[in-house]
Design a protein around this ligand. Structure first.
Ligand code: ATP
Length: 299
């Protein structure tokens, strides 16, 4: 596999604020890669450093093999960027915004490409209306269209579906997946855990560093599982890191009691795992609990 993005020891200060503190990251070509982390973790600063909008103080970043500071134009020709808040010319129509971007990228056969893009974002009916009259979702659609008009090799999307309704979000994700299958690399930041699950890999960021990067499935596997065994009207609750290995012992402990009425199993979701990571609870390995379950009385 080839790396589309390689970041080593990236540092960025804004005065006293340490936005990036020696960040390392590798994103492979064709991946959909998600950045997770609390507000202020450094996601936007990282994206801006990778597209040449922010100059890092230290460290090295390569995008498609190029330094985004030294080869700004070459990088920009090959990437699309959708900022957190749409940057559109509000007095221009949707079509005029696309013409502007298309000309900036010298797209061949621009007229046809714009018609195709307007159809894809379902704005054909409003193509000639000024953007200031558009809803938030319409502006998001147009912003995405501007980012992908020139068939970029890489897409940088900063919270692309914030404020987007579920139907439109599904349409966005169908596009992202199709583009990734065709070889486009996508780096996005998100606070939406449901869409983080669609990514091939995720990086969890805290205080300008990547705490860990892994597939959503492997991250989820770091969570724990609560098993509640209901017996005689009481819930016997135990929490396990490795539930598959621990469950047989738990059931043996209950001697598969005929009085067991119900067993509830609740896995940590991605949000819980990410929160635990951010709160550093995984930094020291947690011992597996013993099998003296906590008893919850009902009622
Ligand atoms: P969010 O999830 O809220 O979008 P983020 O993870 O994208 O947050 P950044 O926007 O990268 O975080 O901000 C990282 C830190 O750098 C924050 O403390 C922020 O206040 C600071 N910062 C970012 N841009 C600037 C700037 N232009 N001037 C001063 N401080 C900045």
């Amino acid at each position: 596999m080839t790396a589309a993005i390689q970041v080593e020891g990236l540092v960025k200060h804004y005065g006293q604020i340490h936005a990036l503190r020696g960040l390392n990251l590798t994103v492979q070509e064709g991946e959909i890669f998600g950045l997770l982390g609390a507000n202020g973790a450094g996601k936007t600063t990282l994206i801006k450093s990778l597209i040449g909008l922010t100059r890092p103080d230290q460290g090295r970043a390569l995008v498609l093999g190029l330094d985004p500071q030294r080869h700004k134009n070459a990088v920009r020709r090959q990437i699309g960027y959708m900022p957190q808040s749409p940057v559109l010319y509000e007095d221009l129509s949707a079509r005029e915004n696309l013409v502007f971007w298309g000309k900036a990228h010298a797209i061949p056969d621009l007229k046809a490409r714009i018609e195709e893009t307007l159809a894809f974002i379902q704005l054909e009916g409003r193509a000639d209306d000024p953007v200031y009259g558009f809803s938030g979702g319409m502006k998001q659609r147009l912003s995405l269209a501007c980012a992908l008009l020139h068939h970029p090799r890489m897409l940088f999307l900063d919270e692309p579906t914030t404020g987007v309704d579920p139907k439109l979000r599904e349409a966005f994700w169908n596009t992202f997946r199709r583009m990734a299958q065709e070889g486009t690399t996508i780096l996005l930041s998100t606070h939406q855990m449901d869409e983080a699950l669609y990514c091939d890999r995720l990086a969890v960021m805290r205080d300008g560093q990547v705490l860990t990067s892994d597939t959503p499935k492997s991250l989820m596997a770091r969570g724990s599982t609560v098993v509640k065994v209901w017996r005689g009207g009481e819930a016997h609750t135990a929490r396990f890191r490795n539930y598959a290995a621990a469950l047989p012992q738990l059931l043996r402990q209950h001697h598969l009691d005929p009085q067991i009425e119900r067993i509830e199993v609740e896995h940590d979701n991605l949000e819980a795992v990410v929160l635990e990571l951010i709160n550093a609870r995984f930094e020291t390995p947690q011992p597996e609990p013993d099998f003296s379950p906590e008893v919850t009385h009902v009622g």
